[in-house]
Design a protein around this ligand. Structure first.
Ligand code: NAI
Ligand code: PHE
Length: 357
């Protein structure tokens, strides 16, 4: 995507910065602050172009707006992308430290209109580093007073969505069902563990050989990276990167349902239409993966107890069932149905704040 095209966007604000010394390019996008300060994690990855990085930040920020709204959390949606000059694992510690410090300076200049947290290639230790420069950080390590990693809670929410989806699809429970997890990272491994404990057969694919060795020890079946979209399963769980299902993948996917953690699973709207036509039940990611937001915002903003965070996260199963109900009655895709639900919540919250003035 050209930078010109990438900057044509309906969100509220785009902030960019380039650091000549490290070669890193920084993007923060605030999609919406209607429900509260924009929140969303910091993703560090390599991108083919600056335009691609800006575009990705916008899509991810939009997903955060929907996630917060559908989850009834008092935050808006934003996201940071750091386009790295080399793979994260190849960066020297001082380079990574400089990159984080510059990113923290950028966040600080937004004066609390944007709060960050962990995402792909950033963790609680990185949040601690950001917090040396700016207070607007969720997910610091518990020793530093933060809520720590959100991954386990995200996995719990996706698992609840999976159970509700299998039930809605008329397949009963997860016992005896086949679940294919793409990406056995912090969240994917948690989902695999929960689904296996519920009696599912687990198939996994990952680019990392160490994670695959761990999977073998647990008795999971390894699937080649090229086989993922061709392997029959009851539930396909994308838990690596977004954009996994484009129209052609959706037209051929041999699954009954798609329930995963990755943000922006659908590459385009048409993929959702095709899944619906093929009677493959798709659980919108911004509903299923809200357990991370419940963990971070619940603990750090709303002062929730661990029990409340868990209760709200388990409620994702009910929200998903509500989305499927709207999708049937409105004769639309589940993705569009979940957007309707999110939009209703944004509009009614805006109305309440207008009336209160
Ligand atoms: P992670 O980095 O721990 O795990 C990602 C895994 O995917 C790694 O094991 C990696 O080797 C693997 N992978 C990368 N490319 C792959 C490919 N092409 N095929 C198969 N495997 C591949 O990340 P984490 O935290 O588990 O997040 C996973 C997804 O869930 C991300 O898209 C993230 O944005 C999303 N998410 C995470 C939340 C959290 O609380 N951690 C909350 C909401 C969404
Ligand atoms: N990055 C995670 C997500 O996409 C967790 C997160 C939630 C980070 C809210 C910051 C704020 O949901």
């Amino acid at each position: 995507m050209s930078l010109d095209d990438a900057l044509r966007w309906d969100g509220e604000l785009t902030v960019t910065r380039h650091d000549r010394e490290t070669g890193a390019f920084f993007v923060i996008r605030l999609d919406s602050t209607r429900l509260g300060p924009a929140a969303g994690g910091t993703r560090a990855a390599q991108y083919a172009s600056f335009g691609d990085a800006v575009t990705d930040a916008g899509k991810l920020a939009g997903a955060m707006t929907l996630k917060m709204a559908v989850s009834n959390l008092p935050m808006g949606g934003g996201k940071s992308v750091i386009a790295l000059p080399a793979p994260r694992k190849d960066l020297a510690p001082e380079t990574w430290n400089r990159i984080l410090t510059i990113h923290a300076e950028n966040i600080d200049k937004l004066k609390g209109n944007y709060w960050t947290g962990p995402d792909v290639n950033t963790n609680s230790a990185d949040m601690d580093t950001l917090n040396e420069t700016t207070p607007y950080v969720f997910g610091r390590s518990p020793e530093r007073g933060g809520a720590g990693s959100s991954a386990d809670n995200t996995a719990l929410g996706v698992f609840e969505a999976m159970k509700a989806t299998v039930h809605y699809r008329g397949l009963g429970s997860l016992a005896g069902r086949t679940v294919l997890v793409q990406g056995l990272g912090a969240v994917g491994s948690g989902i695999a563990t929960l689904a296996a404990a519920a009696g599912a057969r687990i198939l996994v694919a990952d680019t990392d050989s160490e994670r695959l060795a761990w999977a073998l020890q647990l008795g999971y079946t390894i699937i080649g990276l090229d086989e993922v979209l061709r392997t029959p399963c009851d539930v396909f769980a994308p838990c690596a990167m977004g954009g996994v299902l484009d129209s052609s993948a959706a037209a051929n996917l041999p699954a009954s349902a798609v329930v995963g953690a990755a943000n922006n699973i659908l590459a385009d709207d048409q993929a959702g239409v095709i899944l619906r036509e093929r009677d493959i039940l798709y659980a919108p990611d911004f509903v299923t993966n809200a357990g991370g937001a419940f963990h971070l915002v619940g603990h750090e903003v709303l002062g929730w107890s661990t029990d409340t965070v868990e209760e709200r996260t388990r409620g994702i199963g009910d929200t998903i069932a509500e989305v499927y109900g709207i999708s049937e009655s409105a004769e639309t895709t589940t993705d569009a149905a979940a957007r309707i639900l999110a939009r209703q919540r944004i509009d009614s919250a805006s109305l309440v704040s207008t009336l209160a003035k």
